[in-house]
Ligand binder design. Sequence first.
Ligand code: G6P
Length: 612
Amino acid sequence: MCGIIGGVTNQNITPLLLSGLKNLEYRGYDSSGIVVISDKRLLERQRSVGRIANLEKKLIIKNLHGEIGIAHTRWATHGKPSDENAHPHISNSISIVHNGIIENYVNLKNQLITKGYEFTSDTDSEIIAHSIDFAMKTCKSLTSAVQKVVKTLEGSYGLGVISSNFPNKIIAARKGSPLIIGVGKKGNYISSDQMALLSETNKFIFLEDHDIAEIKIDQIKIFDMNSNQVERPIVISNIKAGEVDKGKYSHFMQKEIFEQPQAIRDTLESRITNDKVNCSAFGHNAEKIFKSIKHIQIVACGTSFNAGLVAKYWFEDISKIPCNVEVASEYRYRRPILLDKTLFITLSQSGETADTIEALKSAKKLNRSINSLCICNAAESSLSRISDLVFLTHAGPEIGVASTKSFTTQLVAMALLVCSIGKLKNTIDVDSENLIVQGLKKLPGLVNDALLSDSAIKSLAKSFKDKTSSLFLGRGTMYAIALEGALKLKEISYIHAEAYPAGELKHGPIALIDEDMPVVAVAPNDELLVKLKSNLNEVKSRGSQMIVFEDEKSNIKSLDSMKVFQVTSNLGRITAPIIFTIPLQLLSYHVALVKGTDVDKPRNLAKSVTVE
Ligand code: G6P
C-alpha cells in the first residue's frame, strides 16, 4: 500500500528519501516520486512508474537537491499507475503526498475547477494540493491552511505537505491512515512506517487521528482536532535496521519462513511460567474480562482471517465457548448481532488494516459493553491503540508481502488465549493445560524439523511449472490450513488455488478435477483422517495428481498419482495446524521460484492495506 517519507534536515535530503522509499517497497506500490525545495526556493520533482530503480535512473539524469522534501510510493486506487498520477502532487507553491482515499473528491474537484484549478492527474489526492493552495489565499500559515482543508475531506488520509514559500517546515496530518514522526539528531522526519526511518532514528511519535503536526529541523508542534497544541509521547522502537536485511537468504519470505522457530520462541517468552499460561500476558484486566465473557467474535483479513478460523475450532472444541469468525470488510458493513459479554478479537499483523480497524470501531458502536482484544505484530499500531487488551506477537518485522511467521505466531497467541480463557472458565483442567503447554514448548523444535523438508518440497514444486489451477483440501482446522496454503500459492505464484473442506468436494469442486489440476491435501492422523482418506480416494479415481502431507501415523500409501510427504511425528490439536503450515509455505515459495515471479513483492498486492 502507499508509503510516505519526508524530512527536514541540514543536508541534502534526496538520498535519504530514496533509501526510505526502498525500505517502503515491501508495502506494495506501482509508482513513486520525490519533491524537494531547492536552494532557489523552488519545488523540484521527479516521478516514475514501476520500481524505485526507475526513479533512481531519472535522478541520475536530473538530480534533486534540497534540505527539505517529501516522497511517496503509490499503490493505484483512483487512476492507473502513471507518471502523472504518481505523487507528490503540486499546486503552485504547494506539494503533497497522500495515503488513503478521499471519498468526496469529485465534489471538491468540481468546486476547484470552478475556481480555475487545472487537474493533471486522475487521482483523488490532487484535490488536496489545490485545496491547500486555495486556502493559503486566506490563511496566515501553512499549518492553518492544512487545518482548514482537512476539515473538508471525507475518507482517510496520511498527509505530508510542503510549500516553497515556507522552506523550513513539513506539515503532517492523519485520519485513518498511519503516519509517524521520526525524531532524529540531524533533523526530523515523517513516514507511514518505522521501516523507512530506522537508519536515521529509533525515536518515533505516533500521530493520532485528526492530529496535525508542524515539523521543523529543531521543533515539532502537534495540534489536535480542535487546534489545541498537544503532547504525544516519544516511543523508542526496538526494531534494529539490520533486522530488515535478507541476510543469507534469497528472499525476505524465505528468511521469514526459516525464522519461525525463533519467532515462536519469542512469542512464547514470558507468556508461560512454571508450565502455566500467564493470563495477564493479555493485559492487566484480562483475567476479569475473560471470566465474564460468553461469546467470541473474531474479525480479520487475509492470512490473519485464516488464523482466526483455526482459532474458532479451538475455542469451541477446547475452551467450549461459542466463537464466530468473519472477514472484516463484510463485518463492518453488516448489521451483525453482537451479544453482551462478547470478547471482540481483531487479528492483524500490521495493526493498520483499514477494514479491521473500522470493523472494531463499528462493533464498539453496535454494543458499547463489549471488550476488545487485539493480537498484533506491531507495537503502537492504530488497532492496538483502540483496543481494551493487546497481545503482541513477537515475530519481528515481516517484509515479504505474503505473511508467514505472522500466521504461525498468531496461532501461538490464539493457543495461549484458548488456554487462558478455558482455565478461567473452568473448561480446561490442569492436565489439559499441561498438554497444551508441553506442545507449545516443543513447537520451535517441531517447526525446525518440518523445515528440513525444504529440499524435497523444492523438487516437488517443479511439477507445478505448467499448472494454472490447483485445489487444497483439509478437514477441521486443516481446512483453515488448506485455505492458508491456497492463499500463499495464489499470492506469490499467480496459480489459481482454491481450498475446500474435503467433505464439500462432492458438492461442486470435484467437477474440476482432471490430470491437469494438482490437489494438495493436509492429512494428519486425527479423528477426521478416515473421512479424509475416502475423499482422497474420490479424487484419485478421477485421475488427479495429488500431493498429500501426512504425519507418521497417517499411513497413506504413496502411488504414481499420489506423492505422500511425511511432515512430522504425530501431533496434538494445537500443534498440528501450525506444523502443517510449514510445508505449504515452502511449496508456494518454491513454486513461485519455478514460475519466476517477484516473491517478496507480488503484483497488485500490498503488505498492509490501509485503504478500503
Ligand atoms: C494484506 C496482506 C496479507 C495480510 C492482510 C491482512 O492483504 O497482503 O498478507 O494477511 O493484508 O493484514 P494484517 O496486517 O491485518 O494481518
